[in-house]
Design a protein. Structure first.
Length: 122
């Protein structure tokens, strides 16, 4: 099926929307599809990531769907990941207060390893 739109996500993955109504999530390091989100019956024409980490998509079936990409993370963890990913993509560092250290240390290893280079503590 044809790809109609793509969006790079804050965690470095790529989302693609296609004519069969699915959204595929791609790991850019391995170039492999890591998830397929199903729910639309028409072609997916737009994808965006919301500030809370969820994915929103629009379809020719005249629906909007919301996808929780991080179901196992708390809202505090999601907020930290989204902020740090923006710094990571912009090649900027950020200094966080010690209160965020506990939140950072509870993130899954993937996020800690990826984002540790942009985090400083004060």
């Amino acid at each position: 099926s044809w790809v109609h739109c793509i969006k790079q996500l804050d965690d470095g993955q790529l989302a693609s929307g296609s004519g069969d109504g699915t959204i595929k999530l791609w790991d850019l390091d391995t170039n492999r599809c890591i998830a397929t989100l199903k729910g639309h019956t028409g072609w997916v024409f737009c994808i965006t990531q919301l500030d809370d980490g969820r994915l929103a998509s629009g379809s020719s079936d005249k629906t909007i769907k919301m996808w929780d990409l991080y179901p196992d993370l708390s809202l505090e963890q999601i907020a930290l990941v989204v902020q740090l990913e923006r710094c990571y993509q912009g090649s900027n560092g950020v200094n966080l207060g010690d209160g965020w250290r506990d939140v950072f240390e509870t993130l899954p290893d993937y996020f800690q390893k990826r984002l540790q280079s942009v985090v400083g503590w004060y």
